[in-house]
Design a protein around this ligand. Structure first.
Ligand code: 13P
Length: 248
């Protein structure tokens, strides 16, 4: 039985004051959960999260990691720096990074590898655009994205990643994939991993992301291959994030 993971992606939101309210609201309610819980926050707030969440059941992480180990890469943040702040997770390949920052599947694969080398668990995001879905290209697009990552990782490393299926057309739009649509892609992703390492495929957590809210989380999380959620907007309100955690 795979443990579920509910991870918040705060994106470029928050302030010291607002984060304190949110983190306190979460800490008070999350003591023992059946699921793993994490927040992926803007890098300047990692120290705040570490101070607030150390010793709690809530893990924290970043939203990106550099492909480089260290050196003259202005503005970049290395895996070792994230590890310094005791991050558990680093999101890689979010569609907002792929589309606004030109990250290719090859770059995403290198970031995944770098995160693992730094002792972090990468949350590797994949997902198709509306145009791709309507043209019947979902499996081809998502398959290419995951294969680029799988090609770079050794069989043992396949057990060290989390995958997040986030259809681009469902992100921040209020439009969600139906549970069956998501399940179909999740099963496809798991079978791609199984082709390389069947034990890893059984254990890898595949999250769904894209307008997951308290009122649709239960039916999505009930699907056989949906092992949690990567939550954007609804992770910024303690009540909504807690309701999703309860649904898991
Ligand atoms: P929303 O939950 O706001 O649609 O965002 C999903 C997402 O992109 C999480 O990474």
């Amino acid at each position: 039985m795979r443990r579920k993971l509910i991870a918040g992606n705060w994106k470029m939101n928050g302030s010291l004051a607002a984060n304190a309210v949110l983190l306190n609201g979460l800490k008070d309610e999350i003591r023992e959960t059946k699921s793993s819980v994490a927040v992926c926050v803007p890098a300047p707030y990692l120290a705040q999260c570490q101070a607030a969440l150390a010793g709690t059941a809530i893990a924290w992480g970043a939203q990106d990691v550099s492909v480089h180990e260290s050196g003259a890469y202005t503005g970049e943040i290395s895996g070792a720096m994230l590890a310094d702040f005791a991050c558990t997770y680093a999101i890689v390949g979010h569609s907002e990074r792929r589309s606004y920052h030109g990250e290719t599947s090859e770059v995403v694969a290198k970031k995944t590898e770098r995160a693992i080398k730094s002792g972090l668990t990468p949350i590797v995001c994949v997902g198709e655009s509306l145009e791709d879905r309507e043209a019947g290209r979902t499996d081809a697009v998502v398959g290419e994205q995951i294969d680029a990552v799988l090609a770079l990782l050794g069989p043992a490393d396949l057990a060290k990643i989390v995958i997040a299926y986030e259809p681009v057309w469902a992100i921040g739009t209020g439009r969600t994939a139906t549970p069956q649509m998501a399940q179909d892609v999740h099963a496809m992703l798991r079978s791609r991993i199984a082709a390389r390492n069947s034990a890893a495929a059984e254990n890898v957590q595949i999250l769904y992301g894209g307008s997951m809210k308290p009122d649709n989380a239960g039916e999505l999380l009930a699907m056989a291959d949906i092992d949690g959620g990567l939550i954007g907007g609804a992770s910024l309100k303690a009540a909504d994030f807690l309701a999703i955690i309860r649904a898991a």
